[in-house]
Design a protein around this ligand. Sequence first.
Ligand SMILES: [Mg+2]
Length: 248
Amino acid sequence: MLISDFDGVIVDGMEEYWWSARRVALSMLPAGAELPEPLPEPFRQLRPRVLHGWEMGVLAASIAGWAEPASAFAADYSGALAASLKRLGWTPQQLTTALDAVRRGAIADDRAAWLALHRPYPWMLAALQRLDAAGEPWRVLTTKSAGFTAELLACHGLRPQRIHGREDGPKPEVLLRLRAEGLWRDKVLFLEDRRLTLEAVRATPGLESVVCCLVSWGYLLPEDGEALPPGLALLRPEQLEQPLAQWP
Ligand SMILES: [Mg+2]
């Protein structure tokens, strides 16, 4: 059984992240705030640190000069995030609501344009299509909302057995529930591009049977692929050409 993260593993959504983060920030900042339309480099560099989509609105506010500077996020991400929320007077709930509204609006206005901001990684698309063709079940475990994820997968003809979205809770908890439900008997592969999430899974009692794979093509920090602890394997695009049983 394969369980895969979505953003940065199945789909490269960097263009959409900035597109929506920019709109979220501009909808919440005072009138007159400005942000460039092309993806700014500090946003690209900080994106691997993002755990929840709402944090991207705060990064955009930082780039607009209304929150802690990008250098503060690079030095202490969670500290700068908390300080920025305080300074802006924003809550994660407000930001999540604004992000969902921006995305719903984009799908309603021009669905094709919004979908085109997401590019599936070709090797992942091919591997998942092979699983679908062989009738082998796979699932998605993401911090994105399940609805938007389903929309994006459907437009590439992909058919996961189920999507576990942000509504289902933290990833280690979802995996524990799936194990308790008997979803896998011997081996399950979990694909992620966020090393901290894989380390949290490794540290969760009861999830020892999960084979944790850090995908080499995702939104990794420069040091993420180095000195991987036992139980954490690096997965490269060429390995996906092998049958699933020969992946790590
Ligand atoms: Mg990811």
